[in-house]
Design a protein around this ligand. Structure first.
Ligand code: NAD
Length: 437
């Protein structure tokens, strides 16, 4: 199969490299000349574990190419995937589809022979219809089928998720398109991944419903954490106690500072907007959004109350900036409202992140950055763990305490055990756990 991947970001690059690894001929296209130039030099523009090796192997094998010009790869492709961004539209929270539609028009101008055009980007229900209309309008003789194939990978575990998915959803009623997509994903049938064929609109809906459900699960346990704090229960044990019930499941039940990242915030917002356009109130999802927004803002207050007073003029050390470990992605990271909240309180902020500091500097230019977690803690009046990078789990607690001017630790990911922290003499606060439970 010849595949063109339009958009070489977190999803496009991982999907393109994995398809090449399955044995397909893949060309990843991106408008960002810097990104393509880096890839042509053998550099990976994002941090994703294992991606460097996967890309290098498949480039070397001649199965994976990069370009800024979609003409040739689209012309020879059996399948063209659209994996461009669909960020929140400024002002109203709708998904901004301008990149998807621009890509559709560009594809229409150069497509040749029967080609399946597939939206991998997360798009509102009905976008496939519009992509098809745009292509037919721009090129009435084009022989295309437009399908939806939403992506469920998680940054930080993207290659594994792509190669061992729980399911693959393909939305199309076109027999030829089903055959092409069946062939593209055939290598995965060895892993017994169910390939689920649905209508196009259903596939588009599945992606938003999945993300909204996961965001709801996180928000639910966050509220239970708040209550646990008040009543002296331990939310980690509550999560385990309910999660071991197969009907509930243990995943996405980790209480924390509120969900962030490149998908959940924008996709839940977009789903609420899609629903309103159809006169439907998704009140649960609306509540999830409101609760989550309040929660992220409340985290700075949690730090000042752990410190026990005003943070004006005090230094707060922040460990972890990316929205989760094993990625450099800072989009909608909970660290952003936390840090801005601390700055608003008059605190000075010094931060460390193993890989995200370059990206973070763009979002948070007014703070100090430190290359080492202990240096970050040095002389600080309080320390906050925001992202649960593995290296923070193994910090030398004695050394950490000696670095801090005041031994206040606020652990927004429940990385440490309250009893260990108490034994080391920290003033310790975490999420949904009694101080010394
Ligand atoms: P991204 O911003 O990392 O990458 C998008 C890329 O598309 C950018 O490099 C941009 O330059 C390029 N682009 C935009 N218009 C283009 C055009 N006309 N031609 C060529 N390139 C173009 O975005 P992402 O995180 O990879 O997300 C892509 C889509 O996948 C979004 O809809 C997102 O919601 C969805 N998604 C993301 C994830 C995730 O974990 N990041 C997971 C599942 C689904």
């Amino acid at each position: 199969m010849h595949i063109a991947m339009i958009g070489t970001g977190y999803v496009g690059l991982v999907s393109g490299a994995c398809f090449a690894d399955f044995g397909h001929q893949v060309t990843c296209v991106d408008k960002d000349e810097g990104k393509i130039a880096a890839l042509l030099r053998g550099e990976i523009p994002i941090f994703e574990p294992g991606l460097d090796v996967l890309v290098a192997t498949n480039v070397k094998a001649g199965r994976l190419k990069f370009t800024t010009d979609l003409t040739a790869p689209v012309a020879e492709a059996d399948a063209v995937f659209i994996a461009v961004g669909t960020p929140s539209r400024r002002g109203d929270g709708h998904a901004d589809l301008s990149y998807v539609y621009a890509a559709a028009r560009e594809i229409a101008a150069v497509v040749q022979g029967f080609t399946v055009v597939i939206t991998k980007s997360t798009v509102p229900v009905g976008t496939g219809d519009e992509v098809e209309r745009l292509i037919r309008e721009a090129n009435p003789s084009a022989d295309v089928a437009v399908a939806s194939n939403p992506e469920f990978l998680r940054e930080g575990a993207a290659i594994r998720d792509f190669k061992f998915p729980d399911r693959i959803v393909v939305g199309t009623m076109d027999e030829r398109a089903r055959k092409v997509l069946g062939d593209i994903y055939r290598p995965l049938s060895l892993n017994q991944a169910p390939l689920m064929f649905t209508g196009r609109r259903t596939a588009e809906m599945i992606k938003y419903a999945a993300n909204a459900f996961l965001a709801t699960k996180i928000t639910f346990i966050n509220e239970i954490a708040d209550l646990s704090e008040k009543v002296g229960a331990n939310v980690q044990e509550v999560a385990r106690g309910i999660g071991l019930d197969n009907r509930i499941g243990t995943k996405f039940l980790h209480a924390g500072p509120g969900f962030g990242g490149s998908c959940f915030p924008k996709d839940t917002k977009a789903l609420v907007k899609i629903a309103l356009d159809h006169d439907v109130h998704l009140r649960i999802v609306e509540a999830v959004l409101a609760v989550n927004d309040n929660r992220k803002r409340a985290m700075a207050r949690k730090v000042s109350s752990a410190y026990g007073g005003s943070l004006r003029g005090k230094t707060v050390a922040v460990l972890g900036l990316t929205f989760k470990p094993d990625t450099d992605d800072m989009r909608d990271a909970p660290s952003i409202p936390l840090v801005t909240g601390l700055l608003d309180m008059g605190a000075k902020v010094r931060a460390h992140d193993p890989v995200g500091m370059e990206m973070a500097r763009r979002e948070l230019p007014d703070i100090e950055y430190s290359d080492d977690p202990y240096l970050c803690a040095r002389g600080a009046d309080a320390l906050v763990v925001v992202t649960e990078w593995a290296q923070y789990r193994a910090l030398d607690l004695e050394r950490l305490k000696n670095e801090l001017a005041h031994p206040v630790v606020v652990d927004l990911r429940n990385v440490y055990r309250p009893e260990d922290m108490a034994a080391h003499g920290f003033i310790y606060d975490s999420i949904g756990r009694p101080p010394e439970a």
